[in-house]
Design a protein around this ligand. Structure first.
Ligand code: NAD
Ligand code: ZN
Ligand code: ZN
Length: 336
């Protein structure tokens, strides 16, 4: 089968012919139809994070396809089902996190396209308990971005506690951000969208943002303060500076949600203002199976719009560059 393979962190990702994988116990093999390109794939391929993937590996964790082989002991999923393979590829099901609705914090978790081979390939293996069925009414093209960008920002908006009277600031209107702003609107909040590029802000407006700020030409802190300050700010921008601006854009009692994972791993936040202003800083990692089901249901009910463009898997290197330079429109999706 064709697969996009990372052999080391310094060379471009490339297409190779590799063996079709066999599903083991509790696993299924999925013939991939679409696979979304998350900025995480770029971090993975460059070895950006403190914990690195084991080389070589196939990235991709927004994979949609049809189950075509089922391993021993699989229940609830059968050949012919359309499924989604998310970042949370496996969790133990037994620890305190798994048993309290926080399987995304399981210490034994395996991550698709990172610690297990991912979905930028013609076939991929998934653990049946951790793949989601894609409902009728959600196309494979839309399902792909929803499987990470969607569920992650759906969860982040929940974590932000956004309410109808709130102003929510979204920093970074890329793959995640274009959906984050829609979930904040679904929660009833007013939204201010911040990015460095006017095309991204134009898209944000089309998707319902009430205010937009170009952080290249305007000071987002000043602009958001003029609106009274944000009750919640969600940083999905791949730059520590955006996290700091998000912090200073909050009003008293505000919540700052960290979602993006830039290679430059540290931000500088003041203790005094955090304490006196009662600010909460929250880290938010993807979402659970239930969050993903809810994300799909919202989309099937036409409450959200996925903006994407398709690419062929052979264009994987160019597509990585496009996303890295923030030139892609919202999400790129490989069509297999
Ligand atoms: P993306 O490249 O599609 O979008 C990033 C956006 O941020 C772009 O529109 C870019 O123009 C904008 N941006 C960059 N610097 C900015 C700045 N200083 N101010 C405002 N905007 C700025 O990336 P994506 O796929 O949406 O992913 C975003 C980040 O989220 C990545 O770091 C990714 O690894 C991370 N991520 C985290 C989780 C999680 O569970 N926490 C899940 C998925 C992705
Ligand atoms: Zn992702
Ligand atoms: Zn567990």
């Amino acid at each position: 089968m064709l697969a996009a393979v990372v052999r080391n962190f310094h060379e471009p990702i490339r297409i190779e012919e590799v063996d079709i994988p066999e599903p083991g116990e509790g696993q299924v093999r999925v013939k991939i139809e679409t696979s979304g390109l998350c900025h995480t794939d770029i971090h993975a391929a460059k070895g950006d994070w403190p914990i690195k993937p084991k080389l070589p590996f196939i990235p991709g964790h927004e994979g949609i396809g049809i189950v075509e082989a089922v391993g021993k002991g699989v229940k609830g999923i059968k050949e012919g089902d359309r499924v989604a393979l998310p970042w949370l590829g496996y969790a133990c099901g037994m620890c305190e996190y798994c048993n309290s609705g926080w399987e995304t914090l399981c210490e034994s978790q395996l991550n698709t396209g990172y610690s297990i081979d991912g979905t930028h390939a013609e076939y991929a293996i998934g653990y049946a308990k951790h793949i989601a069925k894609v409902p009728d009414g959600v196309s494979p093209l839309d399902a792909a971005p929803l499987t990470c960008a969607g569920v992650t920002t759906y969860k982040a908006v929940k974590m932000s506690g956004a309410r109808p009277s709130d102003l929510v600031a979204i920093f970074g209107i890329g793959g995640l951000g274009h959906l984050a702003l829609q979930y904040a609107k679904v929660a009833g909040a007013a939204v201010v969208a911040v990015d460095l590029f006017d095309e991204k802000l134009k898209l944000a407006k089309e998707l319902g943002a009430d205010y937009v700020v170009n952080a290249r030409t305007q000071d987002p802190v000043e602009e958001i303060k003029k609106l009274g300050g944000a009750d919640a700010a969600i940083s999905v921008a791949v730059a520590p500076k955006a996290f700091e601006q998000a912090f200073y854009s909050l009003r008293r009692g505000g919540r700052l949600v960290f979602v993006a994972l830039p290679a430059d791993n540290h931000v500088k936040l003041p203790i005094f203002e955090t304490v006196l202003n009662g600010i909460q800083v929250i880290g938010s990692i993807v979402g659970t199976r239930t969050d993903l089901e809810e994300t799909f249901q919202l989309h099937a009910a036409r409450r959200t719009k996925v903006v994407s463009e398709t690419r062929h898997l052979h264009q994987v290197h160019e597509a990585f560059e496009e996303v890295e330079k923030a030139q892609a429109k919202a999400r790129l999706v490989f069509k297999l």
